[in-house]
Design a protein around this ligand. Sequence first.
Ligand SMILES: [Ca+2]
Length: 197
Amino acid sequence: MRSLLLVLAAAAFTAAFADVTATCGWEGSDTILGSYGDIIASIDTDPIHGGSQSLKLVDDQASGTPQAFVAWVTGLSDGDVVTASFWRYDMTPSASPSCRIWGHWNDDPGDIEGYNGSAGGQEEYGPGTGWDMAEYSWTVVEGHTGLVIEARTYSEPGDTVWIDDLTVTAPDGCTIVVPSDAQSLDSETWAAIKATF
Ligand SMILES: [Ca+2]
C-alpha cells in the first residue's frame, strides 16, 4: 500500500491534467490481483521488457479465454477515461498463443471479483514477433464505478505469454490498484490493500 500511495501522490503533483497513474514492472513477487478461468501466473526472468523480471501467464484450462486481472480502478463516473497499456510477448505470428488487453466493469469497490459486464478491449492480437505494446482506452458509461483490466490469453492448454511494464491512467480522485513492485512488501501489501476496502 505504501508504494501505491507514493505513486499516486507523485502522479497527482506532476501530471498536467491531474490524472492519477500507476505502474507495474513485476519487479517484486506480486503476480496478479485475481483471475477468471484457470491461469497460472508467475514471475519470470526471461524474456523481460524492462528491469529484470516480467509476468508469465500459462493457460491452464481446456477451452475458453482465461483472464488475469492486472489492475483495478475504482471511483469512476460516467465520461471518465481510463487508459492502460502493457507490453506483451509471444513468438507465434497469426497463431496462438496470443494476448490482448481487455476490461470488465466491477461496480463493487470492496470485491475485485465483482462483475457488471464486459467493457470491451483491444481488437488485434499483435504481430507475434516478440515484444509489442498493447493499449486500450475505456470511457465510463451507464453509471459504472469500477473497471478491472485484464490480460487475456488466447491459446491452448499450456500456451504461454509474458507481459511487462504496465501503465494505467485514470482521472484525479480515482484509485488504481496494481501488483506491487516492492520486493519486501509482497504478500503484506495486497493483504493491506484488501483490508482497506
Ligand atoms: Ca519488468
